[in-house]
Design a protein around this ligand. Structure first.
Ligand code: NAD
Length: 496
């Protein structure tokens, strides 16, 4: 058997091993005996080197004309298009989601890269009038400096691209640390940027643990911007680490999203949405539709159809085109799901389907769990309030739209919500009243597009938005500029 491939860090324009001399395994969650590759178990010195490289490169990248920076991104986007199938297959091998979805993940990176490349010829500021004569006023975007980007495993190329591309187009340099379950897809993204001609030191990749590498990246004095996507628990630590030196800090964290099904909804469409939103990516999306509130008049009909469809889902290795639901990412996540299913049963929720680990035959070597639905749930149950991050959906009966909205908003998270109704008044009422950063009508809670802001409220986020032009606001500082061409001293507020 050929020895496993060893993947290196990318620091200052070179692929280099970690000074630790150690590596960690990247394993296929559908088949634990398949080693995807060995990645660098980096240490603080590796982080130091990467940040120094980014700091040095910033001097020239910040003054490189933005359209030129955009050209690198345009080339990277076309390379991603060429490599889409290979990268998607590799992503399925390292994180388990089905090929159709990993193609979507790479496509999202392509979309974001093209989108931000185009921003190189915009990066609009504003001009305005002055209160004084012969004076010109404007505000313009300025790059900020070195960015530390820390990403999760569930969208291992898309999420890095949401951070890398706006950071670069705004003129910043960066160090990225991917989650240890999925370093290959971020490696592929960085390799693509290297092949597209990104200058030395502008993009740096350091793999390794959150504790060792992640912490070092977010506390470093030379880092001005930290963008983190992951759990609310770790996000809180990142926010605290950034507070001391007042770094720009963007946090995108957990969710407990809801679909509200009204009595006038197209029920088959709502069931389609609940299946895709609840079990797509094996429920491991921050936007997963993990709760469904259903009006009592259609509750039984909805539940019957939903359970029948969930039972028919084919679970297995995501490379098999017939498979609809892949494995969980790792053993810990599987245990979390098992624990929550027990909690749900103890709380008195009705287990309608699933609720078991799949471990026989083909399932033996992977972390597979059956699509699970709890019925007759109460909003205060832990399975209805806490993020499970697995193929578990809680269905909650309700009496009215107002009650559904109250249930929907009754959690600490505020990422995504949706309503199924044919009544436009109800749709707009829900749109107005849901406290989430994303809202859908007649579609599930998942499925963001790159030119719309992405992010959540409450304990999902800290007020910033990724994607769209809103990402540019995070990765640049506004500079207000006054040009006085009167040839004399003019004093604002005084020489009126
Ligand atoms: P996680 O919080 O465990 O890890 C995220 C990243 O942080 C990883 O790279 C990890 O190594 C690193 N990390 C861990 N401890 C750290 C520390 N002390 N300092 C700095 N970095 C540290 O999250 P995960 O398990 O990889 O991802 C799942 C979570 O991500 C879920 O809660 C999900 O909802 C959330 N998520 C949110 C969004 C969003 O946009 N809101 C998108 C995807 C995933």
């Amino acid at each position: 058997m050929a020895p496993p491939r060893v993947f290196k860090n990318y620091i200052n324009g070179e692929w280099v091993p970690s000074g630790s001399g150690l590596t960690f395994d990247n394993i296929n969650p559908a088949n634990q005996s398949e080693l995807v590759g060995l990645f660098q178990k980096s240490n603080r010195q590796d982080v130091e080197n990467a940040i120094q490289a980014a700091k040095d490169a910033y001097k020239t990248w910040r003054v490189t004309p933005a359209p030129k920076r955009g050209e690198v991104l345009f080339r990277a986007a076309s390379l991603l298009v060429e490599r889409k199938e290979t990268y998607a297959e590799q992503m399925t091998c390292e994180m388990g989601k089905i090929l159709e979805e990993t193609r979507g993940d790479v496509q999202e990176a392509i979309d974001m890269t093209y989108y931000m490349a185009g921003e190189g010829r915009r990066l609009f500021g504003q001009t305005t009038t002055s209160e004084l004569p012969n004076k010109f006023c404007m505000w313009v975007r300025s790059p900020i400096g070195v960015c530390s980007l820390v990403t999760p495993w569930n969208f291992p190329m898309a999420i890095p691209s949401w951070k890398v591309m706006p950071a670069l187009i705004c003129g910043n340099t960066l160090v990225i640390k991917p989650a240890s379950d999925t370093p290959l897809s971020t490696y592929n993204l960085v390799q693509t940027l290297v092949d597209a001609g990104v200058p030395r030191g502008v993009v740096n990749l350091v793999t390794g643990s959150g504790f060792e590498v992640g912490t070092a990246l977010v506390v470093h004095d030379d880092v001005r911007v930290v963008s983190f996507t992951g759990s609310t628990e770790v996000g809180r630590k990142v926010a605290e680490a950034c507070a001391g030196s007042f770094k720009h800090c963007c946090l995108e964290m957990g969710g407990k999203n809801i679909i509200m099904v009204m009595e006038d909804a197209n029920l088959d469409l709502a069931v389609d949405g609940a299946i895709w939103g609840g079990f797509g990516t094996t429920g491991q999306r921050c936007t997963a539709s993990s709760r469904v509130a259903v009006h009592k008049d259609v509750y039984h009909e909805f539940v019957e159809k939903f359970v029948a469809r969930a039972r028919a889902l084919k679970v297995g290795n995501g490379l098999d085109p017939a498979v609809q639901v892949g494995p969980l990412i790792n053993e810990n996540q599987l245990k979390t799901v098992e624990e929550y299913v027990e909690i749900g049963k103890d709380e008195g929720a009705k287990l309608l389907c699933g609720g078991e680990r799949l471990a026989d035959g083909d399932y033996d070597a992977g972390w597979f769990y059956s699509p699970t639905i709890f019925g007759d749930c109460k909003p205060e149950m832990r399975i209805c309030r806490e993020e499970i991050f697995g193929p578990v959906v809680s269905v909650i009966p309700c009496e009215s739209l107002e009650e559904a909205i109250e249930i929907g908003n009754g959690v600490v998270y505020g990422l995504s919500s949706s309503i199924y109704t044919r009544n436009v008044n109800r749709a707009f009422q829900a749109m107005r009243d849901m406290e989430t950063g994303i809202f859908y009508v007649n579609a599930p809670t998942i499925g963001a597009e790159t030119h719309l802001p992405f992010g959540g409220t409450k304990q999902t986020g800290n007020g910033h938005r990724e994607a769209a032009t809103t990402a540019l606001d995070f990765y640049s500082d506004w500079k207000s500029v006054y040009v006085d061409y009167s040839d004399k001293l003019q004093r604002a507020q005084i020489d009126t």
